[in-house]
Write a protein that binds this ligand. Structure first.
Ligand SMILES: *Cc1c(COP(=O)(O)O)cnc(C)c1O
Length: 456
């Protein structure tokens, strides 16, 4: 196919990299419900949002009319260092599984931060710099988001303050040191540097922290410092928008080779990589031009789409962020200590939630030990050592390919390989030593957590 015939051509630069992000909300018939103010329960305005987020990001958060949003030249220059990300045909995995299916994966682990999170981190840092801010604050659990943001901030010369859940700070010293290499200030949370941290430490002296607490500390710090804003690495509309670069590049590559996918599979934590990967395909589905299956994969230990409720809930445990209508297990839900830290979120992006609610997307859960079995099989034949989060998608892609072997169908499977797992070797160690378990919450636990959420 010649370059002239490539769809989305007008949005391509040098026929490979998109010059605009795709905002699927503009094409959705049922729009995601608006964010609500946690105190008044009224829809958040751009003005109110821009006290928390950078101005342009607040605008993007509320934009459900423009399908294309230009990617500023400075961001594209950065993307060019590691994009387009490769779309790889998994020939060796196909051979190993003896499947007639064709398996492709979009690999986002090709940058030093090791995951797709850099795609949004660089955009958020850029808009902060543009606005003349001094720096940003954030929280990080497993550490991938903090790492990506540190890289992005160092590129634009912004200060970056990361509150890292104490248990990760101690257990993942190398992630911490990567962040410090990029100039970030990393504080174990809870800390003595914020009022909320001091209060929690007084109440629970030996606590190893939680994501909810780290968010509260990051928000308090941003609010108390002149020229700082708080930034978030998933869940939000703006993050899904930036991550649409994954789906656009995937679609461009598939179109270029005239490949029609039968299903697109992605792991779902807060929904940003999945939402970005499926965005252009969901757009085609909404317009009636495609019936590709879109599949979200969740850990059985944190099943927000498959077992949660579609209601308004807090995005954070500290209940300071706006309320969002989404599939949720309740903002107080504490998932078991699984090794896929990036998927341990109680809620889900409102876009992904609405697509799922409208039947445009499916969702499945997988158990941790099965995920690691898939990770090891994949690593041995495809060479890449996958992140535990990404391996959820690998598991389902492999299961679908095995099903094709049984039925003899030659389906085309595309999945998102969101990152590498070099900082997760402790998890691999537990798996190799046979010490990894599978935890599935009971209905009672989920109901108890949901009872405590707001009622709107
Ligand atoms: C954070 C992370 C995820 C999950 O986040 P989403 O917002 O759901 O995409 C998946 N994979 C990796 C490697 C991550 O770092």
């Amino acid at each position: 196919m010649s370059a002239k015939e490539i769809p989305y051509k007008i949005y391509l630069e040098e026929e490979q990299m998109p010059t605009a992000w795709y905002n699927v909300r503009a094409d959705m018939i049922n729009k995601p419900a608006p964010l609500l103010d946690p105190n008044t329960h009224k829809p958040m305005t751009e003005e109110a949002l821009s006290k928390v987020f950078c101005q342009e990001l607040a605008r993007q958060e509320l934009n459900d009319t423009d399908p294309w949003i230009t990617i500023p030249r400075e961001i594209r220059d950065f993307y060019r260092m590691y994009r387009p990300a490769p779309l790889v045909r998994a020939y060796c995995l196909e051979k190993k599984l003896q499947t007639p299916a064709k398996i492709y994966y979009k690999f986002e682990g090709n940058n030093t931060s090791g995951s797709h999170k850099l795609n949004s981190a660089i955009a958020q840092a850029y808009y902060a710099k543009e606005q003349g801010l001094k720096g940003v604050t954030t929280e990080t659990g497993a550490g991938q988001w903090g790492t990506a943001l540190s890289m992005a901030c160092s590129y634009f010369g912004l200060d970056c303050k990361v509150f890292m859940v104490k248990v990760s700070y101690e257990q993942k010293p190398f992630r911490r040191e990567v962040m410090r290499t990029y100039g970030a200030n990393v504080t174990p949370s809870p800390s003595m540097t914020t009022a909320v941290g001091r209060r929690i430490l007084e109440e629970f002296p030996g606590t190893t922290g939680s994501l909810g607490c780290a968010i509260s500390e990051a928000v308090e710090t941003a609010a108390s410092l002149e020229g700082y804003r708080y930034v978030l690495g998933s869940v939000l509309n703006q993050v899904l928008l930036h991550q649409s670069i994954i789906g656009l590049e995937t679609k461009i590559a598939l179109d270029m080779y005239d490949v029609q996918p039968d299903m697109i599979i992605g792991c779902a934590g807060g929904g940003s990589n999945l939402g970005g990967l499926v965005a252009p395909f969901a757009g085609e589905k909404i317009k009636g031009n495609s019936n590709v299956r879109l599949i979200a994969v969740e850990p059985a230990s944190c099943p927000s789409l498959t077992r949660g409720k579609y209601i308004y809930d807090y995005c954070d445990t500290g209940k300071v962020c706006p309320l969002q209508k989404m599939y949720t297990l309740g903002s107080g839900f504490i998932p078991s200590a699984s090794h896929a830290g990036g998927l341990r979120y109680h809620g889900m992006s409102s876009v992904v939630s609405q697509l799922y609610h409208d039947g445009l997307m499916e969702a499945v859960t997988v158990n941790q030990t099965e995920v690691f079995k898939a990770a090891v099989e994949f690593a041995r034949v495809e060479g890449i050592l996958p992140a535990p989060e990404s391996s959820h998608a690998i598991r389902v892609a492999m299961d679908e390919a095995i099903r094709c072997k049984e039925t003899g169908e030659e389906k085309t499977i595309v999945f998102g390989l969101t990152g590498t797992g070099y900082f997760d070797m402790y998890a691999y160690q537990r798996f190799h030593d046979g010490q990894m378990g599978d935890y599935v919450p009971t209905d009672e636990e989920i109901n108890k957590s949901l009872e405590k959420t707001v009622n709107i």
